[in-house]
Design a protein around this ligand. Structure first.
Ligand code: C5P
Length: 283
């Protein structure tokens, strides 16, 4: 971009290739073991230096008030620096909301990276990110990473993980805090399986070959509370997917495929049945 006072970022969505809920903590959060994986679906964010703070949004409808995570991120950044500065944020929203795809968290992380590029203050971006939301630190770097604790303790994979994924979603938005409130100890597990999966992927294994290790602790409660999610999962299981799973706390369901052609065929079929759906790459 020619304008030295503005930067543009593509903020990717994520899926969770495995998510185990270990238990509820005293602070109300839950300890997790999950594998975060960015995928090739992006919001676009332009951040420009300005005297004040402001935000506009195009594309999918998204609130642009103080609850917006981009504005929260920008405020947290300037608070940490102690500088009386501001920025204009223009967001083009493509990642569906309430889908478990991390769009808001990714936008927040891209805001922090933009401000770091524009202003370059010596602040701890990871710490600021963790204060905005549990998934935000992951999006500072993206790729494939094991997430532990609330999701903010990250270990990047040693090797890039590749594959084809179909995302699909019923016309339902799931509120993350509500999803966590539905969990009971029956949904908890040790995290051992997801750690074992991560070790394999990190050593170069491909996810489609490790289907038996890929699990999501939210699957039962979300399918019970939102029957259209179960219906979609069953529809996708009838395609050539090697694995079908809920992403995060939903409502998006994803499938992993060995061949791009099979992924595209499945996605087209789901679109014809009325679902929002895309066939893309892990990135
Ligand atoms: O961290 P974030 O603000 O995205 O989390 C939203 C809500 O989801 C939290 O207020 C909490 O209720 C729940 N949560 C949780 N355990 C996590 C992450 C989120 O209980 N690891």
């Amino acid at each position: 971009m020619a304008d030295a006072h503005a930067v543009e970022y593509h903020a990717p969505a994520k899926i969770n290739i495995g998510l185990e809920i270990v238990g509820r903590r005293d602070d109300g959060y839950h300890d997790l073991v999950t594998i975060f994986q960015t995928v090739g679906l992006y919001d676009t964010l332009t951040v420009r230096q300005a005297g004040d703070m402001s935000m506009t949004a195009t594309g999918l409808a998204v609130p642009t008030g103080e609850t917006n995570l981009c504005l929260k991120a920008a405020r947290a950044y300037f608070e940490a620096t102690g500088e009386d500065a501001g920025c204009e944020i223009a967001l083009h929203k493509t990642i569906p909301l309430g889908a478990g795809l991390g769009g808001g968290s990714s936008d927040a992380a891209s805001t922090l990276r933009s401000l770091d590029k524009l202003f370059g203050y010596d602040v701890d971006l990871h710490e600021i990110a963790a204060g905005i939301g549990s998934d935000v630190p992951f999006f500072l770097h993206g790729g494939t990473a094991l997430g532990e604790g609330r999701g903010e303790r990250l270990t990047p994979a040693q090797n890039p993980v590749s594959g084809y994924v179909v995302l699909a979603k019923p016309d339902i938005a799931v509120n993350t805090a509500h999803a966590y409130s539905l969990l009971t100890p029956e949904d908890y597990s040790s995290g051992r399986q997801t750690r074992q999966l991560f070790a394999k992927l990190s050593a170069g294994a491909v996810p489609v070959d490790e289907a038996n290790l890929i699990t999501n602790g939210f699957q039962n409660v979300i399918e019970k509370a939102y029957p259209p999610v179960r219906e979609l999962r069953e529809r996708m299981e009838a395609t050539d997917a090697a694995v079908v799973l809920l992403s995060g706390s939903g409502s998006c369901v994803f499938g992993l495929y060995e061949q791009i052609e099979a992924a595209e065929t499945a996605s087209n079929e789901l679109q014809r049945s009325g679902y929002w759906s895309l066939a893309i790459n892990l990135v």
